[in-house]
Design a protein around this ligand. Sequence first.
Ligand SMILES: [Zn+2]
Length: 391
Amino acid sequence: MKKAAALALALLFLAPSSALLGVATLGSTSATAACTPGSLALGPIPDSLTATTRNGETVTLNRAQLTHAATIIRVGGQTSGVGRPGVVIALMAALTESSLRMLANTGAYPESADYPNDGNGADHDSLGLFQMRPAAGWGTVAELMDSAYQARAFYGGPTGPNYPSPRGLLDIPGWQSLDPGEAAQAVEVSAYPDRYQNYQPVAEAILTALTRSASTGSGGGDAAPVVPETTRLVFPLPEGSWVRTSPFGWRTDPMTRERAFHSGSDFAAADGTPIYAVADGLVVHAEYTGTYGGLVIIEHTVAGERVASYYAHMWETGIHVAEGQTVTAGQHIGDVGSSGKSTGPHLHLEIRVGGQGGEAIDSDAWLTEHGAEGTTAGEAAPALCTAGGGA
Ligand SMILES: [Zn+2]
């Protein structure tokens, strides 16, 4: 998007000296977890949905496949500790294993064809959405030909049907800090993590589409990209990893020595510190340019209002999202860098009202006003909010 490059002209990127880092007070990010109970509330199931995999393949899902996805989302919402991150992993696994189809396996279990199914599979004695094997202890044929049972078994945990073994997602220690593809692989005990990672953008698109009605509708029909109401707000850097260095507003530009308006807030952090999306949203720009540095822009709907968040100075290798991708609050979208007009590793964060190209407001104050949750490194997406109640 050329527009964003022009806009970046207005940005001033400043970083602290390391001495400043030593004396600045650690930022306090009030962890008032504003859990939205309906964050996994299902809306109407569309007749079809088309999305693109990480490898660039187009995938079109029909209503039957999306109905299974809805079951996975519903069970995830009912299972404490899963949350949207866990649901994304489950969708990635089911997309990879069965293309979200309830597969019988008449070679191993002729009776599996007696249950409602979407076709016949032939991998060992695997059955259903997650290709679970009765011989591996996942359940009986009757149990595994039930999509809700498979979803409960995949999530696992103390309330899961197989606790403690075979392990479901909640039984994998530290699953929240694993790459989602690796987490899916850990449950499926597969040798190919890349296969799962490929489906992450598709899983996220499904989750956004099926839970859309929980938000204020865009009302714009099919033309406008869907930017659903966010489920929560998250501070963009891990707690304890950053210090405030240069606030929003007028200042003397340390590079030009001239008075200039600083349209963002600067948070110094070590090179490589993960940057999280502040809210659920749609990536509208993700580009590296030598002058302005790596810049990601995400549009969100927050309290019914469209806003855009800007994250600047990532290195080229530190940009982890692409334009058009849907992200969730707390998703790791990039790493702190010092590219472009910057004198040291930091995040330059802007919030613009009305979306990309809108008027910049004080992003630091905005996060505080909206009760952004603090996030601990490795827990980029705390799965505390479930449809049932939450913390
Ligand atoms: Zn800045």
